[in-house]
Design a protein around this ligand. Structure first.
Ligand code: NDP
Length: 338
């Protein structure tokens, strides 16, 4: 088949792209600049015949995706492009591209790409979490959970604004299909913190938000082990497998999926795994209390249910040790090359 992938330059998108190409699909991808388009083609030399670039400089601009969608041969769209940063100066820099980007895309699909049967959106656990409940002992997070954040709270900055951007964007997408009843269906994928091997950049300075955390552990910038906030995470390769299955499995249509590993993780686990597997940087990684794991007991914090992703998408989740080792190794290789 042929799909359109937005935000192909991103950390998650690079692995999603690889998964689609390996499965033999043709991918028309969007990035903000020609430079980035060329980098993506160069990153995938064995698949150049399956790649087509489309430049979308500003996803929040009206009609942003119209040109990219003028393609009768597309049968699905995968939307990953969305700002992910938490040093928020102007909340609209997060909220507008997230929400308007999603709506511009859906309008363009409905208008210009009649063959598209499915739109798959990378949402987030951020669109599920209820911050006011804190650790919420006894609660099981699953696909019925929606972040109840208000327009007013969305302006408070930091992670709160990022979470709002994901919540409002996903809600806008579900509302769009409910109101407009387009000829495509919608799938949303909601991962918590995503970690894994870096394949989208050669530069440490360009590491995405979640990978920067690992670099802090490996580079000596982390002197003490900070208390973890959430035990939930997922491997980027499992996220990519979910994006591919969301396209290939008819039964995924119209559903939301919580894409989260079976196993918990903690900052202590990151340190333990790095100290075990990377003797060359062992002394830079804080020691903390080896083997301590996450600081709360299972009954002191929410649980998570990933069974829908296993049953319908067929995902099997990697262990944190595998993920952190492979991610850490790829980051150390980038560091060595600099
Ligand atoms: P990256 O920052 O690596 O990728 C973000 C992508 O979105 C890039 O392609 C980026 O383009 C593009 N983008 C960001 N802002 C804009 C904008 N204003 N206009 C156009 N394009 C923009 O992050 P991730 O790969 O981690 O995130 C990808 C998706 O996954 C996002 O939707 C994010 O919310 C979601 N997600 C990520 C999680 C994580 O832990 N990493 C967890 C849960 C969800 P450019 O390269 O040009 O900047």
């Amino acid at each position: 088949g042929k799909v359109l992938l937005t935000g192909a330059s991103g950390f998650i998108a690079a692995t999603v792209l690889r998964a689609y190409l390996k499965a033999g699909h043709t991918v028309r991808f969007t990035v903000r600049s020609d430079d980035k388009a060329q980098q993506i083609v160069a990153n995938n030399p064995e698949f150049t015949s399956l790649l087509e670039a489309a430049i979308v400089p500003d996803i929040a601009a009206k009609g942003a995706y119209d040109e990219a969608l003028r393609d009768d041969s597309l049968d699905a769209v995968v939307h990953t492009a969305s700002p992910f940063f938490t040093d928020v100066t102007d909340p609209q820099l997060l909220l507008r591209p997230a929400v308007e980007g999603t709506l511009n895309l859906l309008h363009a699909v409905a208008k210009f790409a009649p063959r598209v049967k499915r739109v798959i959106i990378t949402s987030s656990f951020a669109a599920m979490i209820n911050e006011s409940k804190g650790n919420w002992p006894g609660h099981e997070y699953n696909e019925d959970d929606w972040n109840p954040i208000t327009d007013q709270q969305a302006l408070s900055g930091g992670i709160v604004t990022y979470r709002a951007s994901k919540t409002f964007a996903e809600r806008a997408a579900w509302n769009f299909v409910a109101d407009k009843k387009p000829s495509f269906d919608l799938v949303t994928l909601n991962p918590p913190m995503v970690y894994g091997p870096i394949i989208n950049t050669q530069r440490l300075s360009a590491l995405n938000e979640s990978s920067q955390r690992f670099w802090k552990f490996l580079s000596g910038q982390m002197k003490e082990i900070p208390t973890s906030s959430s035990p939930l995470w997922v491997d980027v390769r499992d996220v990519a497998a979910a994006h591919l299955a969301a396209y290939e499995k008819p039964a995924a249509g119209g559903k939301r999926f919580f894409i989260v590993a079976d196993e918990w993780y903690s900052n202590q686990d990151i340190a333990d795994i790095f100290r075990k597997h990377f003797p060359e940087v062992r002394d830079k990684v804080p020691e903390g209390t080896p083997g301590r794991g996450f600081h709360l007991k299972p009954e002191e914090i929410y649980t998570h249910n990933n069974s829908r992703s296993k049953e319908i998408l067929g995902i099997t989740y990697r262990s944190f040790e595998t993920c952190a080792t492979d991610a850490g190794r790829s980051i150390l290789e980038l560091a060595k090359a600099e």
